[in-house]
Write a new protein. Structure first.
Length: 195
């Protein structure tokens, strides 16, 4: 990848995650990258193209790769408690390890139809039934409540992890440490999901 293109991508990823897509100009990106604004437009015709160049590879390649690894490891867990703890700690580590891109995707999904369509394409991919497989794995434990569906599992676990991320970033006084807090969160989720 040409040096100017890579510099633009890195600078844009940092700025989009800090200030949001709308709060970042191509002038800001050029300045942070140490390149001209013309260089940005040479590689990316619009700011939207620049943003999609950051998130599209992650969503189309990185997410499916990690999705497959995640499901393989999730399936190795034997009990509902093990499964929930794995899910919580693995997804938390994934988000922490990819915070900038995850933040961009989350912010843009609220306002950007192209981003929502791209995310929907990844989640509903023809090659993998994400929700069906998730429900099957959880049901295989024999411990999951009958009235919980796959979307419920995602909301219950995802909601807890997202709130914890918000607390750790914006209200650290509520946080006691990742290991301890993630264990407590896992136990709370198990009590919600278990028969």
């Amino acid at each position: 990848m040409p040096k100017g293109k890579k510099a633009a991508l890195v600078a844009a990823m940092e700025l989009f995650s800090e200030d949001g897509f709308d709060g970042t100009s191509t002038v800001d990106v050029a300045k942070r990258a140490g390149i001209s604004q013309a260089t940005i437009f040479k590689y990316f015709h619009t700011k939207q193209d620049l943003m999609l160049a950051i998130v599209r590879p992650v969503m189309e390649h990185f997410f499916p790769k990690y999705r497959d690894e995640f499901f393989a490891d999730l399936g190795k867990q034997k009990s509902l408690s093990e499964m929930v703890h794995f899910f919580v700690t693995d997804r938390y580590a994934f988000i922490r390890g990819n915070e900038e891109v995850v933040k961009i995707i989350a912010m843009e999904m609220m306002t950007n139809a192209d981003m929502r369509a791209l995310f929907g394409k990844v989640v509903r991919g023809n090659d993998f039934d994400f929700l069906g497989e998730l429900l099957r794995i959880f049901r295989d434990t024999g411990e999951l409540r009958d009235d919980i569906d796959a979307a419920g599992i995602v909301r219950i676990i995802g909601g807890q992890v997202v709130v914890y991320l918000i607390q750790s970033n914006f209200a650290p006084v509520l946080v006691h440490g990742d290991e301890q807090d993630l264990q407590i969160i896992s136990e709370q989720i198990v009590r919600t999901l278990k028969k």
